[in-house]
Design a protein around this ligand. Structure first.
Ligand SMILES: [Zn+2]
Length: 260
């Protein structure tokens, strides 16, 4: 069985790599996370992971040209890298490893709620940047350029809530035998994690300014020049913030399962 799973997953991540949804490193990372999720949570777990991965990948390709014009956004045309895969799927990996060592429903809650947060965050970013109105920064209390961490928009927030809801409901259906009250708790945990992400993103997350075009960015190189750090801690990148917020949501989801 494990050999079949390994080959089937390998085939799928290869397709994702060829479609440039993933870089080579991102493909290997996805394959590793997928393998653990499948072995630990069987077909239900992998279907949930695929639901996150496929919807997020398709959304990132949606209105690509319009997004490419936004200078604040990193060029992701090569696909998601290993760091981005672990930022969103790292908690799913921990949940799978934990469930293999000490099987417990807590890990299933950790898995579902962390993926609800990752989905909320990805959908919010992909939809939010397309908003006609500039987003509102929750800490600077004013409108900022699209793509700056810490800012929210109405379409982005609706997308976040919808993403968390879809994963909360799907996770409950697949892994908790349609026990619907849990889906509300997972949706809440996922959306809460997304708020944590916004606040960390707007405060302690590292940000730089490009000396050429003067724009605020998350990359260390912009307009072919090294950028200057303007806020946050150097190690607290967007990936670290994504990981921490999906962990926060996941722990909340795990505790919800214990409490129910
Ligand atoms: Zn620049």
């Amino acid at each position: 069985m494990i050999i079949i799973v390994t080959i089937v997953l390998g085939f799928f991540v290869y397709i994702a790599y060829r479609l440039s949804f993933l870089t080579a490193g991102g493909a290997i990372a996805s394959w590793l996370v997928g393998l653990f999720v499948w072995v630990s949570f069987q077909i239900e777990g992998i279907v949930l992971l695929c639901l996150f991965f496929i919807t997020s990948s398709l959304l990132s390709k949606f209105k690509k040209k319009k997004k490419m014009k936004l200078k604040t956004i990193e060029d992701e045309s090569k696909g998601r890298e290993a760091g981005q895969v672990f930022a969103n799927g790292g908690v799913a990996f921990i949940a799978s490893a934990g469930h293999l060592i000490v099987p417990h429903p807590f890990w299933i809650g950790l898995l579902v709620a962390s993926l609800a947060e990752a989905t909320a965050d990805t959908w919010a970013s992909e939809i939010g940047v397309l908003s006609r109105r500039k987003p509102f920064h929750l800490l600077r209390l004013r409108q900022v350029e699209s793509g700056i961490s810490g800012a929210v928009s109405i379409p982005g927030s609706i997308a976040a809530l919808t993403g968390a809801f879809v994963m909360g409901v799907a996770g409950t259906e697949f892994l908790f035998d349609h026990w619907w009250p849990l889906s509300i708790l997972f949706t809440t945990a996922g959306f809460f994690g997304n708020i944590v992400d916004t606040f960390l993103g707007g405060s302690v997350q590292v940000a730089y300014r490009c000396p050429i075009c003067k724009i605020e960015t998350e990359t260390t190189i912009h307009c072919n020049h090294p950028t200057k750090q303007i806020k946050g801690y150097e190690w607290l990148t967007n990936n670290v913030v994504n990981f921490l917020s999906s962990l926060a949501a996941g722990v909340l989801g795990g505790v919800a399962v214990l409490w129910m």
